[in-house]
Ligand binder design. Structure first.
Ligand code: ADP
Ligand code: MG
Ligand code: ZN
Length: 610
């Protein structure tokens, strides 16, 4: 966008100068000498006055001094001078007291001039990018792309996310086919995942695959503008999109815009809130049948305003996760297509060297290697450059604390498999879906995903105990293998303790404490003014001690159970760890196969054990 006319102080100075110029020209042209009345009478007597106009208390006229015509004016003293004028052959006329002409030139004209200059500048500014008269519209138009070349071929290692988006593509290709059957598509799809995993890429690929226009705006763009503009822009965006349907509206970095209202911001951020409200209004107002699909991306979905995630808004979430080893291999292949790589480049090996890296890092890596090759005057990029590039990119990421070292990976692998093997060995536990050592977010270095086979409303005591054992399995594995324990079990212990305490104080599952309810409601009651004040203990010191003892007893016993299981199955544990370190993510069925347990049916909801 070119900006030819910059608004600057020079325009103002130029304007002032022009006004001065005009005034000086005018004043020399209409130069009027003010003379005393006595001199006027003298001149008159010498026949030097040629012409006068007389008003109530002023005399203006032309005089001829030294053969030169000049204007003059004077204050009228004589009430009657017409006889005198006649005597000296002066043309004279009466005049109403009027200063129209003078006023016109001395201030009305400059005002018109200033207004003119101002108007001109405004027009210029409106024409340029940051104008404030025709806004919003321009920008959204600029961000509309008609033919997107990106397809799913350009995104690798995100197969699960792609599968979920296939349905959307089919809808966009033939919206009529879907709506005829009364089918309803989600209005809003939220792509969630760490930065650089390819969320923006995927959104564009959906547009590319379905050949529809793609409107994109980033959340921060809505907010940075002038006050009141964000909302207008949202309105405009939807308006334009509806005309182009079927199409996609993509809001990148939704968190910048959709932060929960009331969070972060002294006295609130009215502009952001207004924009967010407008977005909600538009989302509610539009009918997905017209074929507009709203997509958004966020790497911090937890801070989003809950109103955005409600049904009918961004209710479909697609996880775009960090790639595993196989995924990284595929991503590297995608990016290697763009450069001339030597035959010795071993993609599998590179994938093994880059745990924790996301798509953007890998793209960066390939680019670095190509730059290195250029610097070395090579015609192809060989493995040597690739390996050096890995080190460089890794170095950068280590500074950002995003990668974990080899030793930590090993601990995490044993820890997660500790959970998994205990879960597989005890009755009444949820089946293990997958085990991963790909770090997630800030806290979790790995996870074991357990999926319940059905909705549960009742839990038996044995099931609760198995749950506690499973949670403690991570730490037990660390202790068994390394003879040392880490802080990685922090969350497990807190959750296990919660279960054990509930068993004792709420469910009456401890024989020593008995079937008594001790726990106090922790939630504030509705409209209860004394919020949180009702937490005072209503049992004796002795009971408190007994409860603590019982909780500990449960924890200790279940830890022993877990430890014993792992000790017996140490051989499997080692084998599984080997596999997990190699693949970074293994399926529950693979683990079962390794342990010789027959596989079961798949399931519905997820539970994560970090
Ligand atoms: P995000 O929006 O999740 O932060 P981007 O989509 O902006 O990430 O990714 C940045 C760049 O990284 C992309 O342009 C692409 O070159 C590369 N990239 C990221 N993820 C992938 C992937 N899954 N496959 C191929 N390239 C990827
Ligand atoms: Mg992005
Ligand atoms: Zn754990």
């Amino acid at each position: 966008m070119e900006k030819k006319y910059k608004f600057s102080i020079w325009y103002i100075l130029l304007g002032i100068w022009v006004v001065f110029l005009i005034q000086s020209v005018l004043s020399s042209a209409f130069a009027v000498r003010t003379i005393p009345y006595s001199e006027f009478l003298n001149l008159l007597k010498q026949n030097q006055i040629t012409e006068v106009a007389i008003s109530a208390n002023r005399i203006q006229g032309k005089m001829n001094v030294d053969g030169r015509d000049q204007m003059f004016k004077t204050v009228r003293v004589d009430p009657d001078i017409s006889a005198l004028l006649e005597q000296h052959n002066v043309t004279f006329k009466g005049q109403m007291e009027s200063t129209v002409l003078r006023d016109l030139f001395s201030w009305i004209f400059p005002i018109i001039l200033f207004v003119g200059i101002w108007y001109f500048l405004i027009r210029r500014m409106a024409g340029s990018q940051t104008g404030f008269m025709t806004l919003g519209k321009n920008k959204a138009k600029i961000y509309m792309e008609n033919e997107i070349k990106v397809t799913f071929k350009d995104a690798a290692g995100v197969d699960e996310a792609e599968q979920e988006l296939v349905e959307v593509i089919e809808f966009l290709k033939e919206p009529a086919k879907f709506t005829q059957l009364g089918g309803k598509l989600p209005k809003g799809i939220l792509l969630v995942g760490p930065p650089g995993t390819g969320k923006t890429l995927l959104a564009r690929a959906v547009a590319g695959e379905s050949h529809v226009p793609f409107f994109s705006l980033s959340g921060s763009e809505f907010v940075e503008m002038f006050v009141g503009l964000g909302a207008a822009r949202v309105r405009d965006l939807f308006e334009q999109a509806k005309q182009k349907a079927p199409c996609i509206i993509f809001i990148d970095e939704l968190d910048a815009l959709g932060k929960a209202r009331g969070i972060g911001g002294m006295g609130g951020h009215d502009e952001r809130e207004q924009t967010l409200n407008q977005l909600l209004v538009e989302m509610d107002g539009f009918d997905p049948k017209v074929g507009v699909i709203l997509m958004a991306a966020s790497n911090r979905p937890e801070i989003l305003d809950p109103a955005l995630l409600r049904p009918g808004r961004f209710d479909r979430h697609v996880l775009v996760d960090r790639p595993d080893r196989k995924g990284r291999e595929d991503i590297l292949r995608v990016h290697l297509r763009n450069i001339t790589a030597a035959a010795d480049v071993d993609v599998g090996k590179l994938a093994g060297m880059t745990p924790g890296m996301v798509g953007a890092d890998l793209a960066n890596l390939v680019n670095e290697a190509a730059l290195l090759a250029v610097r070395r005057n090579k015609t192809v990029v060989s493995m040597a450059e690739m390996e050096e590039a890995v080190e460089r990119v890794m170095g950068g990421l280590e500074k950002k604390n995003r990668l974990i070292n080899v030793e930590e990976r090993k601990i995490v692998a044993y820890h997660e498999l500790g959970h998994a093997i205990v879960a597989l060995s005890l009755p009444g536990t949820d089946p293990v879906q997958k085990i991963s050592i790909i770090p997630r977010g800030i806290a979790a270095l790995g996870y074991t995903m357990q999926v319940p086979t059905e909705d549960r409303f009742l839990m038996k005591k044995t099931e609760l105990l198995s749950k506690v054992s499973t949670l403690l399995g991570g730490r037990a594995a660390e202790a068994l293998i390394f003879g040392d324990i880490s802080t990685g079990a922090h969350n497990d212990i807190s959750r296990a303790t919660d279960i054990a305490r509930s068993m004792v104080t709420e469910y009456g599952m401890s024989s020593k404490v008995g079937q008594v309810y001790f726990s106090r409601e922790k939630r504030p009651l509705f409209l209860d003014v004394t919020m949180g004040m009702r937490n005072e203990v209503e049992y004796s010191e002795a009971t408190a001690q007994l409860i603590d003892q019982e909780v500990r007893q449960i924890m200790d016993e279940q830890y022993k159970v877990a430890f014993q299981i792992l000790k017996e199955k140490k051989e499997f544990l080692e084998k599984a760890v080997h596999l997990l370190l190699e693949k970074e993510k293994i399926h529950g069925d693979e683990l079962k196969a390794l342990m010789g347990i027959p596989t079961q049916k798949p399931a519905t909801t997820d539970t994560l054990v970090p």
